[in-house]
Write a protein that binds this ligand. Structure first.
Ligand code: PLP
Length: 398
């Protein structure tokens, strides 16, 4: 395979995908097959049935593992399948999960609606506050799950401290690293037991696939995760795995460029009179700027902001942009604008949304690979038209 000192960028191109041994094909073939013919009873070549393992998916798993300097990764059909697998593999009835209160809405829905009814205690906590996390973990827990930066507010969790507190409470510490990916943050190096990824986002990066992964250095945990994937059948599909491998080839370039673009757009928004507040980890005004510098190498593609005119103004803006697309997803090449309260986080109970800072007026922007000046022009024009429309209809934006 690769020499030991291979850099992250080289791993993104080569890890897990040596030339095909039978044909020399430089790209790993798409093994679009359900089953593998066995040589004799009890004698196979490492693959038996694609729900359990598939060579194209295994190549993706090897690459994802390499990116976090881990020996193990298991790929799943979606990011939510990764979250589901993690919970099913680690928590039983009567046990307790502590989850950051600001996490993707699907994770909240899953824990509230599908897991709690099975007799698992689920407590949501402000994971951006070390004291609140410590207090929540006075009581033992089996699993602590946080996002940092959290979708959609971008609040950070102190991952080193979070790992210490989780471990002291007897819990595994899982970090959903979807927003930054290992290109910008490596949770396992900061003490996490497992890194959770929706590869649907920045990892694949082209709005072309759904996928997820769980990356760990813990062999026993990996074995349990794989057993769940094989049992419930949430394995990644070969073609999606292949497209994800293609996407990862350019991950470091995209992650850097999209972070730079997001910083440029965030600075524009910060200076615009119609904007009430903007969050992006690269802004000097970001409340957890010191922590951001310590644990992530760039700010990432996401911006959260609110307009002076609240929900009315935000809705006008989202309806009037032309280059930015009103859509759910993040980290893709296209700039996407999202209204978390009615889209990605609609199923989060209103009280929890409010506590998490997911106001009705909050707008999430995932900055893509376009020229950021074009994105700024689009936002500036939409803000002007939105403001004029609100003024003429009697609503005042500021
Ligand atoms: N984790 C985070 C932080 C997300 O934003 C999402 C989706 O938006 C998921 C997990 C779920 O991923 P998927 O849509 O691939 O199921």
């Amino acid at each position: 395979m690769l020499f030991e000192t291979t850099s992250f960028r080289t791993q993104c191109v080569h890890a897990g995908t040596p030339p095909d041994p039978t044909t020399g094909s430089i790209l790993t073939p798409i093994h679009q097959t359900t089953t593998f013919v066995q040589e004799a009873v009890g004698k196979d070549r490492g693959f038996t049935y694609s729900r359990a393992a598939n060579p194209t998916v295994a190549a993706l798993e090897a690459r994802l593992a390499a990116l976090e300097d881990a020996p193990h990764a298991v790929a799943t059909r979606t990011g939510m399948a990764a979250v589901t697998t993690l919970v099913l593999a680690t928590v039983s009835a009567g046990e307790r999960i502590v989850c950051g209160r600001t996490v993707y809405g699907g994770t909240v829905r899953f824990l509230h609606e599908l897991i709690a009814p099975f007799g698992v205690q689920v407590d949501f906590v402000d994971a951006g506050d070390n004291a609140a996390l410590a207090e929540a973990l006075v009581e033992p827990a089996r699993l602590v799950l946080v996002e940092s930066p959290a979708n959609p507010t971008l609040e950070l969790c102190d991952l080193r401290r979070g790992a210490e507190l989780a471990h002291a409470a007897g819990a595994l510490f899982a970090v959903d690293n979807t927003v930054l990916t290992p290109a910008l943050q490596r949770p396992l190096d900061l003490g996490a037991d497992v890194s959770v990824l929706s590869t649907t986002k920045l990892i694949e990066g082209h709005d072309a696939t759904l996928g997820g992964a769980l990356v760990t250095r813990d062999e026993d945990l990996d074995r349990r995760l794989r057993r769940v994937v094989k049992t419930i059948g949430c394995s990644q599909a070969p073609f999606d795995a292949w497209l994800t491998l293609r996407g990862i080839t350019t991950l470091p370039l995209r992650a850097k460029q999209q972070s730079d673009n997001a910083r440029t757009v965030a600075r524009f928004l910060e200076g615009h009179p119609a904007v009430a507040r903007v969050a992006h980890p690269d802004l000097e005004s970001f409340p957890q700027r010191t922590l951001a510098v310590q644990q992530q190498s760039a700010g990432g593609p996401l911006i959260a902001f609110e307009l002076e005119g609240g929900l009315g103004a935000g809705t006008e803006l989202m309806n009037r942009v032309r280059l930015c697309s009103l859509a759910e997803n993040l980290g893709a090449a296209e700039t996407l604008i999202t209204h978390p309260a009615s889209m990605t986080h609609a199923d989060v109970p209103p009280a929890q949304r409010e506590a998490a800072g997911i106001t009705n007026g909050l707008v999430r922007l995932s900055v893509g690979l376009e020229d950021p000046q074009d994105v700024i022009r689009d936002l500036r024009e939409a803000l002007t038209v939105a403001e004029a429309a609100l003024t003429s209809s009697g609503e005042v934006t500021r």
